[in-house]
Design a binder for this molecule. Structure first.
Ligand code: ZN
Length: 123
């Protein structure tokens, strides 16, 4: 066993934490002070996600499921915060692209209606 290669804390199940530690603290993100607060925020986001899930477009459901799962995995220590951050960043980019495509669709509809209305006025 290599000393210092893994986080020095124990997991909730009592086994040694196998997550990679920070060089400065010797602790993984899950065992670093402040993680609890992050989890509380994640928990809030999780319930918001579940609430939103009921009103979501089916296109977004897989993404929201994956995010809700990621929240749980960060909380129970099976997903590194850095991985979760990367996922969050991807999800955010994905959502922006989705929003943009929705907006374009709406704009196209409005433009069509407008040109029809103006066309009607001018005969
Ligand atoms: Zn740890």
């Amino acid at each position: 066993m290599t000393e210092g290669r893994y986080c020095s804390q124990l997991r909730k199940d009592g086994l040694p934490c196998r997550a990679l530690p920070s060089r400065t603290t010797g602790l993984c993100p899950a065992h670093t002070a402040g993680h609890r607060e992050i989890c509380v925020e994640a928990g809030k986001s999780k319930s918001t996600l579940r609430r939103l899930g009921k009103r979501l477009s089916p296109t977004l459901t897989p993404l929201m499921d994956a995010l809700a799962e990621a929240f749980e995995n960060v909380e129970n220590g099976t997903l590194k915060s850095s991985q979760a951050m990367a996922m969050s960043s991807l999800a955010s980019t994905w959502l922006k692209a989705y929003e943009l495509s929705l907006l374009e669709l709406r704009m196209a509809t409005i433009e069509k209606q407008l040109s029809e209305a103006l066309g009607g006025q001018h005969g």
